[in-house]
Design a binder for this molecule. Sequence first.
Ligand code: GTR
Length: 327
Amino acid sequence: MKLLDTVLTAFLVTAALAGAASAECETTLRSSDTHPDGYPTVEGVKAMAAEVKEKTGGRICIEVFPSSQLGEEKDTIEQTQFGVIDMVRASFGSFNDIVPVTQTTSLPYLYRSEDHLHKVLDGPIGEEIAGQFAEHGLIPLAYYDGGARNFYNSKQPIRTVEDLKGMKFRVMQNDVFVDMMSALGANATPMPYGEVYSSIQTGVIDGAENNFPSYDSSGHAEVAKYFTLDQHLMVPELVAVSKTSWEKLSPGDQEIMRTAARNSATLQRKLWAEQEKASEEKVIAAGAEVVKDVDKTAFIEAMAPVYEKYVTTPEARDLVKRIRETQ
Ligand code: GTR
């Protein structure tokens, strides 16, 4: 009886809350993120939500669902394309099979630094890339930071390309990253982010690759303590809205969304820089071994076949050239 009461009360409270929320929000946009609450990308979209709510007098609410509650990243992108979910924050790597330009713009060692990446994304090239999402049902609103990705594993410290030979690493589910591993002499296992922890733990794979905040928040540091700062990938992070949901908004509300997204990117980049440092310190304190003396030239040279395979059209060659020339 007591249990039934509790369940009934919980149901009534939930119903009342839902009623209250819908009474004040005319439009509720559901936004997905693979990361947990508190992660810079999640906090970025939450800040965007707060600004949108304030500027629309509470008419438009963005509800952020962290920790893959709405599904793994690739699935949530597809759901956003079809308007099942309204917004998604995801890495360019997960858009590779959907929006071709994201392949070229997430090639290994394409960007010299985070500053270089910002100059590319915040300038005309960033606009040009964004323009190519609409035909795939997506409207990009902001580019967030994701730092540099690095290899980590449960077996041994990696100092050279040779050390990677024959090892098995999880990569995001796209061909470029699979080929990147082959070029390094390692084996790639593409799989969703949520499966990586147990796959390392059970020895299905030796390791994976990511930035410090993901290595830390996913718990991967607990099962793969050897981390090598080789910085092989800098992959832009995107906040995108479904074209279907976007077209239901008035031009005025679209403008409010765009401004709020831009402002949230400024905040996210600040939070990102702080989190990168904090996560690095945290994983080291918890026992991670971070190899920093890496011969990056050898890693960069090993990537030549990946460029040969993916930079084949005059457009792709021109884009890579323009990105490299961006100062
Ligand atoms: C993180 C990125 C996520 C997700 C993840 C992965 O760095 O922020 O969006 O793509 O990597 O490796 O799947």
